[in-house]
Design a protein around this ligand. Structure first.
Ligand code: MSP
Length: 525
């Protein structure tokens, strides 16, 4: 059976504030999802929220609310954030949903039945604020604990452990046999280096109910709830299983029954891409594959790790006001301008630094003066000189544009989004240069040059059409405007329609209006 292209983002902590980093990850995943839809594939794109754990329980308590009510309220804000970013996710998972819990419990039951879990004693340092077990190696040079850990005390506690150490050799082999399992390569090398030099410890996958009750109950021991990372990672798999995807349900046969799956629907699991930030690579590239392998579930194809954003060279922090509010930027400058900047500025993997001046410079140069100016002057001249009717086809720019398009599509297939944008802007620059070189406003003054003017106007209009196609995963709203201004039906975009010659002679274009109004520099959002 066919499989859909399945992409996920990390699921955000429900008690955090949505900011640039979260928006960036969702936009990158959204562009990749739209690329695959544009290539004619069926896609399943999942994002959502990580809602269990001690911090949520404490925060809810501090506000005098039940944890569930507290999460329900915040989940509304997060869903709205995703909606306003124009994200085309197919589902939105919350780890407090019954559909997710049932799958996590089935996975735990299977691991327990197989003998992969055992009860053991933990004795060591613990920070309730960070929900972290610590060792003496985590102390500061002067022997004290970092204040962000809050109060640290010694803890003796029984928990259930997952025999992760059994799988270390297998995981190293998996990394070696699948060089693209973790991308970029420098992140892969970091994880592989760690796997080869340090012995994996078994993972404590429970917390005693007496200390924490905001978690998924352990199906075989009522004294415990599930550790949040075991719970959270499973979201990627629980949703396809809960939907009834046979590829996800079969490994849990006897432990779980998913919903009914329509015969003809392509499957979802395994994930093709798990997109997440560099800080949580170890969870996704070590814990997660071992959890799956132990449960007999096929592994995801790729863990794709992006970098972190700062603002003005500093860590973003609400308390100092050093934040970028993506929705404020989108309200002020347009959503597509925000999407463009973050994907254009960073190659996936590298860290970034947001500055308002950098954002505004790209807006002016690349969007307003580059793309916007090209589309506006090309279509305005076609209206003015030819009454908005497309002249006979001409292929003057077809080779150059065709080559850039092929390179762009190759980059898109390989998820090299920044490189794809550079190819698209090579077309924008070439077409703007072509206007300057051919000077259609001068040709229009001489009736003897009518045929030459036809050729120039066709080449420009066709460049705009192709740009509308190639830009559609990145700037969906702008791509739609370009199509409408070209008088084309707003059909779902197929990237293969980017071959030269799509505009037919005599076709009537629509009204040109500026795509990116020029703006005075000022505060960004
Ligand atoms: N809940 C966990 C993930 C569980 S996935 C099974 C978590 N949540 S988070 O809200 O802290 O982070 C969510 C995602 O946002 C992570 O991939 C993280 O790397 C990313 N980012 C958070 N801050 C960021 C920046 N400043 N810049 C870029 N991405 C950042 O971790």
């Amino acid at each position: 059976m066919n499989k859909r292209f399945y992409i996920t983002t990390a699921i955000d902590y429900v008690n955090g504030q949505p900011h640039l980093g979260h928006a960036y990850e969702k936009v990158v995943a959204d562009v990749i999802a739209r690329v695959h839809r544009g290539l004619g594939e069926e896609v399943f794109f999942l994002t959502g929220l990580d809602e269990h754990g001690q911090k949520v329980q404490q925060a809810a308590h501090a506000e005098g609310k039940s944890a569930q009510v507290y999460c329900d309220e915040l989940a509304l804000q997060w869903r709205e954030f995703v909606r306003q970013l124009g994200i085309s996710n197919d589902d939105f998972v919350r780890t407090t949903e019954p559909r997710h819990k049932a799958v996590v419990q089935a996975m735990l039951t299977k691991l327990h039945a197989q003998g992969d879990l055992y009860k053991g004693e933990y004795r060591g340092w613990y920070s309730p604020r960070q929900e972290a077990f610590l060792t003496d190696r985590d102390r500061l040079p002067d022997g004290s604990w970092d204040p962000i850990l809050g109060e640290v005390f010694e803890l003796v506690e029984e928990n259930w452990y997952f025999r992760m150490s059994r799988y270390q050799g297998w995981l190293i082999e998996h990394f070696e046999a699948n060089p693209a399992f973790v991308v970029p390569e420098y992140r892969r090398n970091e994880v592989l280096g760690f796997l080869k030099s340090e012995k994996l410890k078994d993972l404590s996958i429970t917390r005693p109910l007496a200390r924490l009750n905001w978690g998924i109950p352990l199906p075989f021991d009522p004294e415990y709830v599930t550790y949040v990372w075991f719970d959270a990672l499973s979201n990627y798999y629980s949703v396809p299983a809960a939907l009834g995807d046979p590829g996800a349900v079969e490994p849990l046969a006897g432990y779980y029954r998913g919903g009914a799956w329509p015969e003809s629907t392509p499957g979802i699991w395994p994930a093709d891409v798990h997109l997440l930030g560099k800080d949580i690579v170890k969870f996704h590239a070590v814990y997660w594959p071992i959890m799956l392998q132990a449960t007999g579930i096929p592994l995801p194809r790729q863990v794709l790790a992006h970098g972190w954003w700062q603002k003005d060279g500093q860590k973003m922090s609400k308390s100092t006001g050093n934040v970028v509010d993506p929705l404020a930027v989108a309200r002020e400058w347009g959503l597509d301008a925000f999407r463009f900047y973050v994907v254009r500025e960073l190659d996936i993997g590298a860290d970034g630094n947001w500055t308002d001046a950098g954002f505004q410079a790209r807006y002016q140069a690349e969007l307003a003066n580059g793309l916007g100016n090209l589309v506006n002057r090309s279509l305005s001249m076609l209206q003015r000189y030819r009454g908005g009717r497309v002249p006979a086809p001409s292929a003057e720019l077809s080779i150059e544009v065709g080559q850039a398009t092929v390179r762009c599509l190759d980059h898109l297939r390989a998820h090299r989004l920044q490189a794809a944008l550079l190819e698209i802007w090579a077309i924008v620059s070439r077409a703007n240069q072509y206007v300057d070189q051919t000077a259609p406003f001068r040709l229009a003054k001489e009736p003897a040059h009518a045929q030459r003017l036809d050729q120039v106007l066709y080449n420009l209009a066709e460049c705009c059409r192709i740009l509308g196609v190639l830009l559609s995963p990145f700037l969906p709203e702008t791509a739609g405007k370009i199509q409408r201004q070209l008088g084309l039906e707003p059909a779902p975009v197929r990237l293969m329609d980017s071959t030269w010659g799509g505009l037919a002679e005599g076709h009537r274009i629509g009204e040109p209006t500026p795509l990116f109004p020029r703006r005075e520099p000022g505060r960004t959002g």
